[in-house]
Design a protein around this ligand. Structure first.
Ligand SMILES: Cc1cc2nc3c(=O)[nH]c(=O)nc-3n(C[C@H](O)[C@H](O)[C@H](O)COP(=O)(O)O)c2cc1C
Length: 142
């Protein structure tokens, strides 16, 4: 059966993302055509990226990398529940993705086989009216 991982992208105390991710998990689990599992980044306390080579080289050195990559590999798609910190995602989620990420440019060089094609859906957790997603302020005039 199709497996969808719901990644909870905030780890701070009192995070609101936990409630949002729980809601997403409950709502999604009413479907019968896929399995849904919550992936809490607190359960994968990765240091700042400490692999000598990118994941595309297939030489992960650290047990924490292999455990994280193995967990992610078991899913067919993802919902990322991300906070908005300073108009971007969280550092902890970005760092976790950097352990795995294969860019378009790398796939062009190494071939499509290095890249797993998965679907990703993003749920934002803003605090209030200032949530902007990808919006960027215009540069100052002059
Ligand atoms: C360091 C920090 C930066 C934030 N920056 C933004 C922001 O740029 N835009 C916004 O709408 N909310 C911002 N917020 C509010 C968060 O989106 C809000 O606290 C949300 O609940 C974060 O998710 P979390 O509770 O799961 O950590 C920020 C909060 C923190 C702690």
């Amino acid at each position: 059966m199709t497996r969808i991982g719901i990644i909870l992208g905030s780890t701070r105390p009192n995070r609101n993302g936990e409630q949002v991710a729980g809601w997403v998990h409950d709502a999604a689990s009413r479907r019968t055509d896929a399995e849904f599992e919550l992936i809490d980044l607190r359960d994968h306390p990765l240091p700042h990226l400490d692999e000598p080579l990118g994941a595309m080289h297939g030489h992960d050195q650290h047990a924490h990398t292999r455990a994280w990559a193995a967990r992610i590999a078991s899913f067919d798609g993802f919902v990322m529940v991300t906070p908005e910190y300073n108009r971007s995602t969280s550092g902890v989620l970005k760092n976790a993705l950097d352990y795995l990420y294969v860019t378009d440019a790398v796939a062009e060089v190494f071939g499509e086989s290095v890249r797993r094609h998965v679907s990703v859906y993003i749920v934002g957790v803003p605090a209030g009216r200032s949530g902007v997603g990808g919006e960027v302020d215009p540069p100052p005039a002059g």
